[in-house]
Design a protein around this ligand. Sequence first.
Ligand code: ASP
Length: 299
Amino acid sequence: MAPASGRSSSARVPSIVVHGGAGADPLEGRDELRDGVRAAVDAGWHVLASGGAALDAIERAVTVLEDHPRFNAGRGSVLTSAGTVEMDASIMEGDRLECGAVAAVPRIANPISLARKVLDSRGHVLLVGEGALAFARRVGIVECDPEALVTDRQRRRHAAALAQLPGTVGAVALDRHGTVAAATSTGGMSGKLPGRVGDSAVIGAGTYADSSIGGVSCTGDGEAIMRVVLARRTLEYLKDADDPEYAATVAMDLLRDEGRGTGGLIVIDWRGRIAWAHSTPLMPVAWRSPAHPEPVIPF
Ligand code: ASP
């Protein structure tokens, strides 16, 4: 299938784009996906429009999607082969390349906020499993009941061993000060082995931001995305071509040809131009910029 892609006509700051994961088309329930990405982009936009930072805007947008049971992040995460929830998340600020990530974390309602605390701690970049939970306790993030993250829908899909649908979430924003930030959060691939970590926790693979070039959040086959370090490579294409849509489209070729996988990504460049591309049948996207008083939801 030829990669689908698009680009906004606006080049003005601030701007924000969110995705709700690349995957098969569920054929029903698109309205629910639209409502979810609309709420997320609005929440992030609210932060940007009131002069807030890109990092706060994307954390806010991703939190909304983690709380939404229809997406594969936070509540609604897919289940491992053992029937448990283990989540990955990462966040990056592009001025000083500050980043934070968590991997294989259970019992945390909003893994992106935990990743943000790792970033804010300015010490480590990636914390995993029980160590990440101990850090969460130290910074005041309370563990939730593991059952609170498991939806009936994911229980049914797990029992029937159904294929992955779109659901990983991500956001990229540019704020008035010219800072670009990017974030990704996921329950991972359904039926994954306990302990498996995907690209969404890996800076450079699933998430990257450099305010002098742009920011990227990826979704799709995590092993393939890691193989080609997709987010960072996309920014290299962007730097060379100065064309976000071109960079996103070429990145899908890279993912297919060298990564041997499919997926999608969203990108914002340093000027606020937005683009996305996916090589799967569907990737819910929504974006906002000053030129558009309402969210643009192109699916
Ligand atoms: N990239 C995620 C992972 O491999 C899954 C996804 O985006 O659907 O964990």
